[in-house]
Design a protein around this ligand. Structure first.
Ligand code: ZN
Length: 133
């Protein structure tokens, strides 16, 4: 019993020394080089740019929630969710979640009947997003 405890203690100390010597285990995120404030600055800029892009799209960005979804702009360069939801057709996951959160903006829509994209429709948009430059 005493030997088991000693062996376990040695193993524990060895592991501690290993991590001290080698730093962060592989796969863990390293510290942010610019800190959280740099990330916040990029996010703020990205939000402003995306808002400007949606405005420039005019009627081609016809979203059904407020605040507007971002997924359709980034993946498809347009949003047809307001038209779709008013016709009982599927909407993007971002808009779907918005409706569930009480952010829907199209009148006379039964929230319990809203549909999100089929797996094939979602795959098409995610493939566009994955290859967007
Ligand atoms: Zn949408």
């Amino acid at each position: 019993m005493k030997q088991t405890i000693t062996t376990s203690l040695i193993a524990l100390i060895f592991c501690g020394l290993f991590f001290l010597y080698n730093g962060i285990p592989a796969g863990a995120n390293p510290p942010s080089p610019g800190g959280a404030s740099v990330a916040e600055s990029h996010i703020k800029t990205a939000r402003a740019e995306l808002k400007a892009a949606k405005k420039a799209l005019g009627s081609d960005y016809n979203c059904c929630i407020e605040p507007e979804c971002d997924f359709c702009a980034l993946a498809d360069g347009k949003c047809i969710c307001a038209d779709n939801v008013s016709k009982g057709k599927a909407i993007c996951g971002n808009c779907y979640d918005g409706w569930k959160a009480g952010r829907g903006q199209v009148p006379n829509v039964d929230v319990t009947k809203i549909q999100t994209l089929s797996p094939d429709q979602a795959k098409q948009l995610f493939d566009k997003l994955a290859t967007a430059k």
